[in-house]
Design a protein around this ligand. Structure first.
Ligand code: HEM
Length: 302
């Protein structure tokens, strides 16, 4: 019974607090609430999963697994999108599509509306242009077939950006979604390539921490020089390292890497030699540079 009474008091307090927060004109309280809400991250379930839909004119979207949008999604034809959603006189709003997903970008009208610097994205799916920077009609296409897979990583930031900034309203029939709003093979393939590109970038970032790039300078007077410091390659660290040519399998050409010279190796088992990563088989010393020097002239001045 005591427990019931306590629950009752808690409910009264919660309702009271809710009423206060809703009705208060106290700007600071609202600011705090907004901050808390902003700090709560929106879950991005899948690379291509639309953000939770709270749009005014779209039917409620239902999230389903495996990159599908249920048939309750609003489905646009390319023509409808182009004719009615470019923000001009009599248009129904400013929408754009990215990877076949249509977003209401009306709140970014200054960019996407008539006269805006990015108006060319409005009313169509110009996915490819987002990473190629080709904003011609041919470049603004949803056909990304045969694109260099290294460029795919560039899409990732835009996916995050549109999902978190603008309201998702549906799909456009094209390369990525069919007339029933079902994802196509092209979308699934793109999804896979982007995931792979992200993974490759992650590995590259990790490798760059272990073998950071060298600083370099080149001039006719001084020749070319590479050197290491505790910040070279943008990697802040406690050690300086020594410059080596690093040519891992699959790389087209060697690059200069700063190599840690003591402690255990980063890769593989501890060889007990206390020589850091110097035992990495893909490293080579620069000619005419002392093996312990943190700076090497790789081309003499003229
Ligand atoms: C592939 C190349 C590029 C693409 C696809 C691109 C795309 C975009 C898009 C879509 C927006 C609007 C974002 C929004 O909805 O808020 C934007 C904004 C902006 N972009 Fe770019 N952009 C590119 C390159 C550049 C470059 C090279 C610069 C600068 C030299 C630049 C400067 C800006 C600035 C300053 C804004 C914000 C404008 C403002 O807030 O008024 N962009 N960009």
């Amino acid at each position: 019974m005591g427990c019931l009474r306590l629950s009752f008091i808690v409910i009264i307090l919660a309702v009271g607090a809710g009423w206060y927060f809703r009705s208060t004109e106290d700007v600071r309280v609202k600011e705090i609430l907004n901050t808390v809400l902003k700090l709560t991250p929106k879950p991005i379930v899948d690379l291509f999963q639309p953000a939770e839909d709270d749009s005014h004119d779209a039917k409620k979207q239902e999230k389903v697994t495996d990159n599908e949008v249920k048939s309750t999604s609003r489905i646009f034809s390319k023509q409808d999108l182009w004719d009615n959603y470019r923000g001009g006189d009599g248009s129904k709003g400013v929408y754009l599509a990215f990877f076949g997903k249509v977003f209401d970008v009306s709140k970014g009208k200054e960019h996407y509306g008539p006269g805006g610097g990015y108006h060319f994205f409005a009313g169509r799916d110009g996915t490819k242009g987002f990473v190629t920077g080709d904003f011609s009609d041919e470049g603004l296409t949803d056909d990304i077939d045969g694109m260099d897979s290294k460029l795919m990583i560039g899409f990732d930031d835009w996916i995050q950006f549109y999902s978190s900034t603008y309201t998702y309203v549906g799909t456009v029939i094209g390369q990525f979604y069919d007339e029933n709003g079902k994802p196509t093979e092209a979308l699934k393939n793109a999804n896979k390539l982007i995931a792979e590109a992200k993974q490759a970038k992650k590995q590259q970032d990790e490798e760059n921490k272990i073998l950071p790039m060298c600083n370099s300078e080149s001039s006719a007077a001084k020749g070319s020089r590479v050197w290491c410091s505790t910040k070279s390659g943008g990697v802040e660290r406690s050690w300086v390292g020594v410059p080596r040519q690093y040519h891992p399998p699959g790389a087209n050409s060697p690059r200069c890497a700063c190599v840690r010279t003591n402690g255990k190796p980063s890769y593989g088992a501890d060889d007990g030699k206390n020589r850091g990563d110097l035992g990495n088989p893909y490293l080579r010393e620069y000619d005419n540079c002392h093996s312990t020097s943190d700076s090497c002239v790789i081309k003499q001045p003229k």
